[in-house]
Write a protein of this length. Structure first.
Length: 753
């Protein structure tokens, strides 16, 4: 634990009384040589407003004595926790404070609150030791003032039920105030938005006004509008933004090619998911004299069309990034740019910025150069098609691979069966050459200490009507790794470039985890009979990650590890990336969907003009200040978090929709599953193909009465001795779907032994 963390923990202890630096040093057990570090830390916290002096030179945390500020996170049942934050920091300053339902005052999920710590809760829970307990004394800022939910019948009237089951109290409808009279009238099952009234007294009801009807509950359109409302997302753009976009050309003009390297005749391809909505990046490959190979990482040049300070730029910065919901996208840029002029679609000239990587005959990187380029993609490949080109020898089998569904993607590209043999062989040759280099990059990166934190994901595909109709487990296979390695190399190269030239820019930062969080995770892992060493050693985390690839609870444990690491964010300082083990890292490769990358592109242009002597068609008109970039980093980190939460919400909704539709089928689908936890009342399972978690109640187990064995790792039939053990496989069908509580229950197809 760092000295700062030790100091904060000490200051937040309920028994702490304001003390001077000498007393603090003594209490922390600091040696003389460490006292200067303490003095420096205290001064920094005083200047940042985190500490205040009282009673002369004594120190305490800012705010009322014994009070801390943070966001409150509710669980179902009314219990909550608050992660304290201090000053401008968004990282938790100390351990979470547990809040009982009766101590939550008038707080609602996500509110910024002030908590008074009053005790340590005993006995210890989950092996984590005693926890801080406190009560909410006031709400500083509401996370939201409206809720999405559903109307249900209550006596002769209607009652509002928020979609979020963590809302700790009922919401009473006071009135209906919609812009126009509702026709047809409101009825049970309508999905609506309710604006909350001010709530100051816990003993008074929480009331609100119905302001919008979204549609019928569980209809795809209504559920989508609910996500938009909950996360303040808008698929529509302001008029002035659309006017600026409309004024842009439909195609790249010849005048825009001045001072660009022409790569239109160089083999260039894109590789993306089936349902990709936009295409930011392309790879070119050319063989040079002496057997060297130059790979071009070409990225859509959004900065050529979106100038700083324009309505397009202001709206893109406000949004921060695109948000990818199941079956649709809320874009950062209007469609004319995101799915048109800037999207690197097959067969069209496109302006790009490029990192050109030259590799020697052994696959070692020999030279890196930078330029503005123009490309024309030869082929839009899906990951599935690229994988087949890598490992399939039969051209006819490759040709048989289908195109993505038109309603799912921004561009399907040509079907592979439209290519002649020569085109297909060339395409296969390019993909295989690219992978040979990417494989070497990946091997070297892992050997240098990069952590393999990639995890399979469940992709939900929708039909033309918007209903979830297919689940697919997406593995991080070689086709994904091919693209990943070149994007990482480009991002690192640009970060090193801007830092070494001391050009104000924005960086992607991943701080090292706290030692105590890693120690906590080590204890957690031990409960799964997994022994591991000191996780503050990078090599030990790498060893654990490899062990988890074959462990029955591997997906769960990898997810938990990610939660114990710090969250990556944007900053104006190149503070390094822990997960990748890189000193220099930024985001450069996705300017269609991330504003951070657009900022880096503008800095990149400044480098080309000032340092590389390459004139550009649109010379940079300004440079960012560090203060601007600091503020922008905080904003973009926040918009990214909001989008991630919206995407998870959309995934949950569509997953439940999929299994609800499965229940309606006459012929039930059988799902392969593995038992991940054994409880007295049933089994937690994970579906192996979709990574979906669910529960099998004990009364759903067929043919016997079951009870948990002495080790707690299996449910055993009393008569037949059938065993449902931790790590065992079984086939299940969906039994029930609780949309409100977001729970899935399954039942076995047959008993296992």
């Amino acid at each position: 634990m760092s000295l700062r963390d030790r100091l904060l923990t000490h200051l937040q202890h309920p028994d702490y009384r304001p003390s001077d630096e000498v007393a603090l040093a003594r209490a922390l057990g600091l040696a003389k040589k460490q006292r200067a570090v303490l003095t420096h830390e205290v001064r920094r916290m005083l200047s940042g407003g985190e500490l205040v002096r009282v009673q002369g030179d004594r120190l305490r945390l800012a705010g009322s004595e014994g009070e801390v500020e943070g966001r409150i996170h509710f669980r179902q049942g009314g219990y909550a926790s608050v992660n304290p934050t201090l000053g401008p920091s968004t990282e938790p300053a100390a351990e979470p404070i547990q809040i009982s339902p009766e101590d939550s005052h008038v707080a609602l999920p996500g509110d910024k609150v002030v908590v008074r710590v009053y005790a340590r809760r005993l006995p210890p829970r989950d092996g984590r030791g005693a926890q801080l307990a406190g009560r909410v004394v006031r709400v500083v800022e509401r996370s939201r003032t409206s809720f999405v939910g559903t109307l249900r019948r209550a006596g002769r009237g209607l009652q509002f039920l928020p979609d979020d089951p963590r809302v700790p109290v009922p919401v009473t409808l006071r009135a209906v105030e919609t812009p126009e009279p509702l026709d047809p009238p409101l009825t049970a099952g309508d999905k609506v938005v309710v604006q909350l009234d001010e709530w100051l007294d816990r003993d008074s009801p929480l009331t609100g006004v119905l302001v919008q009807r979204l549609g019928r509950q569980y209809e795809p359109r209504a559920e989508l509008l609910g996500v938009y409302e909950k996360f303040s997302l808008s698929p529509d753009f302001p008029t002035e933004v659309l006017q600026e976009a409309a004024a842009l050309p439909a195609r790249v003009r010849p005048s825009e090619l001045v001072n660009r390297l022409d790569y239109r005749e160089t083999p260039t391809i894109t590789i993306d998911p089936d349902d990709a909505k936009d295409f930011d990046d392309a790879l070119s490959i050319e063989t040079l004299d002496g057997g060297e190979v130059r790979v071009g990482v070409h990225i859509a040049d959004v900065s050529a069309y979106v100038a700083p300070g324009t309505a397009l730029d202001r709206e893109a910065q406000r949004r921060g990034n695109s948000t990818y919901l199941v079956g649709t996208v809320v874009p950062m840029l209007p469609e004319k740019l995101s799915n048109g002029l800037c999207s690197l679609v097959e067969g069209q000239d496109r302006l790009t910025k490029a990192v050109l990587l030259t590799f020697d005959r052994t696959g070692r990187l020999r030279e890196t150069t930078f330029a503005n380029t123009v490309i024309r993609s030869r082929k839009r490949l899906t990951y599935r098609q690229a994988y087949a080109l890598l490992f399939e020898g039969d051209l006819n089998r490759i040709r048989a691979l289908p195109l993505p569904a038109k309603h799912q993607t921004g561009s399907t590209g040509r079907a592979l069966n439209s290519l002649d043999d020569l085109e297909l062989v060339d395409l296969q040759s390019w993909v295989r050459k690219l992978w040979a280099i990417a494989k070497r990059l990946r091997t070297d990166r892992m050997a240098a200490g990069s952590l393999d934190l990639d995890m399979p994901e469940t992709k939900i595909f929708v039909n033309a009507e918007g209903y979830a109709d297919r689940l697919e487990k997406i593995e991080n296979d070689e086709s994904h790794q091919l693209i990943e390695e070149f994007m990482l190399a480009a991002n690192e190269a640009v970060a090193r470039l801007t830092r070494s030239h001391r050009m104000p820019s924005i960086y992607r930062v991943h701080d090292a985890p706290d030692d105590d969080r890693l120690a906590e995770f080590r204890q957690y892992v031990a409960t799964f009979n997994l022994a591991c060493g000191d996780l503050t050693r990078r090599a030990e985390i790498g060893r654990l990650l490899r062990a988890l690839t074959t462990h029955p609870q591997g997906y769960l444990l990898r997810s938990q590890l990610l939660r114990h690491l710090k969250k990556a964010c944007y900053r104006a300082t190149a503070d390094g990336h822990y997960g990748l083990n890189k000193k220099d890292y930024t985001h450069f490769t996705s300017p269609i969907r991330r504003y951070s990358d657009l900022v880096v592109h503008r800095v990149f242009d400044t480098y080309l003009v000032k340092h590389a002597g390459q004139p550009t068609s649109a010379r940079p008109r300004f440079a960012y200040t560090t203060a601007q970039l600091d503020a922008m980093g905080e904003h973009l980190s926040a918009t990214e978090t909001n989008s991630q939460e919206a995407e998870r919400e959309s995934q949950k909704i569509k997953l439940l929709e999929y299994f609800e539709r499965e229940m309606a089928k006459r012929q039930k689908t059988k799902f392969a599953a593995v038992i991940t936890d054994v409880r007295a009342n049933g089994l937690f399972i994970e579906l192996t193909e979709s990574l979906t978690f669910g529960f099998v109640p004990i009364d759903a187990l067929p043919g016997d009465a079951y009870r948990r064995d002495a080790a707690g790792t299996a449910l055993v039939g009393r008569r037949g001795k059938h065993r449902y053990a931790l790590g065992s496989s079984l086939e299940v069908v969906v039994a029930s779907v609780d949309r409100y509580r977001r729970m899935l229950d399954f039942r076995p197809v047959a008993a296992i032994s």
